[in-house]
Ligand binder design. Structure first.
Ligand SMILES: N[C@@H](CCC(=O)N[C@@H](CS)C(=O)NCC(=O)O)C(=O)O
Length: 204
């Protein structure tokens, strides 16, 4: 299998960390959707990252769809989805908030860094900003860690990975938002996750 995309993408990063956590072998090619356009098009004409090429040569797009596929490939005891329905529902709920934070953080970063200043769309930026504040508050209210320091199980699962990756993206790309609106609880969780060898291998 081959994963294509840069680790500064929270979507690529969550797939890379998950592949390793699932003990699946893969090759990683860091191509940028913006600066490696031609190479990226050759892999995926839609120019999206993450892209995953399966061993059979099928192109898979979108981190959530890729992770569903990988869940079927990995051994049952390495699955990153809880078996129990109640835990699974909680996990999907938390991942939904974390992915919305990723979407909104990427959009806000693009708004400030890619859009020409004369085309800056203030109303849109304000809306994203509000969504980010609400998402961070909701996440802070909803997360509770067990005595192993994880969210839904006694080992790392996709909810832990996705939340940690979202917080790190915000820390790096939107530092003011991180300082002012990420709670101490989430900052602490993010630091603990980022200190593990699993996260350090896919550092950004
Ligand atoms: N929902 C998608 C989002 C992926 C995404 O938007 N990736 C960005 C890189 S961070 C990308 O491909 N941007 C180029 C584009 O949208 O044209 C996922 O979970 O994989």
């Amino acid at each position: 299998m081959k994963l294509i995309g840069m680790l500064d993408s929270p979507y690529v990063r969550r797939v890379a960390i998950s592949l390793k956590a699932m003990e699946l072998l893969f090759e990683h090619q860091q191509l940028s959707v913006f600066s490696d356009t031609e190479k990226m098009k050759a892999v995926n004409p839609l120019m999206k990252a993450p892209s995953l090429i399966t061993d059979e040569g099928t192109l898979l797009i979108d981190s959530t769809l890729i992770l569903e596929y990988l869940d079927r490939k990995c051994s049952a005891d390495c699955s990153l989805f809880p078996k129990d329905l109640e835990q699974f529902t909680k996990s999907q709920y938390l991942i939904g908030i974390a992915l919305t934070l990723c979407d909104k953080a990427v959009q806000l970063f693009m708004e400030y860094n890619r859009r020409p200043p004369e085309k800056f769309y203030q109303e849109w930026a304000d809306r994203i900003d509000e969504q980010l504040h609400i998402g961070l508050k909701l996440l802070d209210q909803q997360v509770t860690f067990n005595n192993m320091g994880y969210l839904v199980d006694t080992r790392i699962m996709l909810a832990d990975i996705t939340i940690a990756v979202a917080i790190k993206y915000i820390k790096k790309k939107l530092p003011d938002l991180y300082q002012e609106h990420v709670s101490e609880k989430l900052k602490q969780f993010s630091s603990e996750m980022e200190a593990t060898s699993l996260f350090r291998e896919f550092n950004f």
